[in-house]
Design a protein around this ligand. Structure first.
Ligand code: ATP
Ligand code: RIB
Length: 308
């Protein structure tokens, strides 16, 4: 097991339906599969890292309702510590409506964050002892941004490096970005944040430069089934994805980020950690759902051994 790390982010219940095609506005489509499960980018990334063997503290917020029980049950089943869970006594647990096209595996999502967008300054400040112990903290843009901003200030003060998965896209201040150690946007988010359409290696390098000019130290851009662009200390390359039969790519980015965090915590260099994360994500896209599709460490190790 590597150094201690934390994931700070959303928990919502995913209500997922698959159908032969996604409905057009005003259209009703009969679906083939429905699943209710634990989701939210923060929770997905925390579960991915925990299942991959990381010593990870999960910080998220939920209501006092049956949707919160979905998280508690998932954590109990995986012996995942609930020590850093937060509760809102009035606002309910968030939810996400996910529609997946079973032919293309494309999805459409509406997320209502609920309690996880009510994290208070006091709740963030109380994380100081935890962050002092952590090498990295991984966050996304799905909780209230004032909490993310306070968390980043605290992490920097505690000597803990911030990895920011810029999903779902929302504008963030340059001051916020300047305190972030590593960013992991997908192509769309990278373009929205830098103004550079990321359509190849040279464009990715240009986008990375925009992040560097804002003070970020390491840039990763995920490229879906094409893999991932990595940029660190002047080395800039695309690491291809593993070729697999994807049935549901919902949460692929979360799988990647959880894997990356695990690899970095174990002291892997960026390229090795990204390969580990690619493997984790490649396994996740072969299964339906978000948290249920995250592989175990043994599955990742076996996959990597087979793909040497
Ligand atoms: P999502 O929003 O659906 O969670 P994302 O847009 O944040 O995903 P992507 O760039 O689509 O993230 O994918 C993240 C990583 O997952 C990729 O870098 C790759 O490692 C892996 N991946 C995604 N799609 C595939 C695929 N079809 N085959 C293999 N690996 C994939
Ligand atoms: O990245 C996938 C996640 O995004 C889903 O679990 C859903 O909850 C949305 O937040």
């Amino acid at each position: 097991m590597g150094k201690k790390v934390a994931v700070f982010g959303s928990f919502v219940v995913d209500l997922m339906a698959r159908a032969a095609h996604l409905p057009k506005p005003g259209e009703t489509v009969k679906g083939s599969v429905f699943k209710l499960g634990a989701g939210g980018k923060g929770f997905n990334q925390g579960i991915a890292a925990h299942k991959a063997g990381a010593d990870v503290a999960m910080i998220t917020k939920m209501g006092r309702d049956s949707f919160a029980d979905v998280a508690l049950k998932a954590m109990d089943e995986l012996s995942f510590s609930k020590e850093h869970l937060l509760y809102n006594e009035e606002v309910g647990t968030g939810s996400a409506i996910i529609m997946v096209d079973e032919k293309t595996s494309q999805n459409q999502i509406i997320i209502v964050p609920g309690a996880c967008s009510t994290i208070t300054a006091e709740e963030v400040d109380a994380l100081r002892p935890l962050l002092e112990e952590c090498e990295y903290v991984l966050l996304q843009l799905e909780v209230n941004q004032d909490a993310n901003e306070r968390l980043v200030d605290l992490a920097v003060a505690c000597g803990c490096k911030v990895i920011l998965n810029t999903a779902p896209y929302q504008p963030v201040s340059d001051e916020f970005l300047s305190k972030v150690y590593m960013v992991t946007p997908n192509e769309v988010e990278a373009e929205m944040m830098t103004g550079v359409p990321v359509d190849g290696l040279e464009a990715a390098k240009k986008a990375a430069k925009v992040f560097y000019d804002k003070g970020v130290k390491v840039v990763i851009i995920t490229l879906g089934g094409r893999g991932v662009f990595l940029s660190e200390n002047g080395r800039e390359e695309i690491l291809p994805a593993f070729q697999v039969n994807a049935v549901d790519t919902t949460g692929a980015g979360d799988a990647f980020n959880g894997g990356l965090l695990t690899g970095l915590a174990e002291g892997m260099d960026l390229w090795t950690a990204a390969r580990f994360a690619n493997a984790l994500a490649a396994l996740s896209v072969q299964k339906i759902g978000t948290t249920p599709s995250m592989p175990t460490r043994k599955e990742v190790d076996d996959f990597l051994a087979q793909h040497n």
